[in-house]
Design a protein around this ligand. Sequence first.
Ligand code: HEM
Length: 180
Amino acid sequence: MEKVQGEMEIERWERSEEISDAEKKVIQETWSRVYANCEDVGVSILITRFFVNFPSAKQYFSQFKHMEDPLEMERSLQLRKHARRVMGAINTVVENLNDSEKVSSVLALVGKAHALKHKVEPIYFKKLTGVMLEVIAEEYANDFTPEAHGAWAKMRTLIYTQVTAAYKEVGWAQYPTATL
Ligand code: HEM
């Protein structure tokens, strides 16, 4: 069947976002240093930056939705547990970048649980993955080459598009646009 203009554009966009083998290697190398420091980086992504910059994201967490003090937040067990889970899920994605089915199934599970069980607005995934990129770049400071930056930008797009695709699949009312 002949493709319409829109479909061709999506295909072109998907191709341009494809993560090359060299980029996968860069992602795995940079991630290993970040993950070795999992608890601290998880906490800095999810507390110091994410919940402080986007306090409305706290609404979904019963135990710290009213907390204001970042130090108190850092001590919250619920938050630390979620930080570890986020880091663990990203680690599975990074480890399986060569297995696109595994990557899709992990991210689809995350998307479906957050849509159906936690009822999190998908826009927060855009914000969280943006913060994740900033924190990783800072962790590497001068070592974070433009190539690494480009590879991580694609990784962010991968997480966001696959998570939001799962939102769409379960019929989330205001499906966000796929672009970041
Ligand atoms: C890449 C981003 C994220 C990953 C990989 C992730 C992963 C997870 C995992 C593995 C769980 C536990 C299993 C489950 O119930 O589904 C979980 C729970 C949860 N997530 Fe996320 N999450 C992410 C982003 C977010 C965001 C942006 C929010 C809200 C702003 C959020 C809110 C929650 C809540 C409220 C729970 C339940 C917490 C509890 O029961 O104590 N998550 N997440």
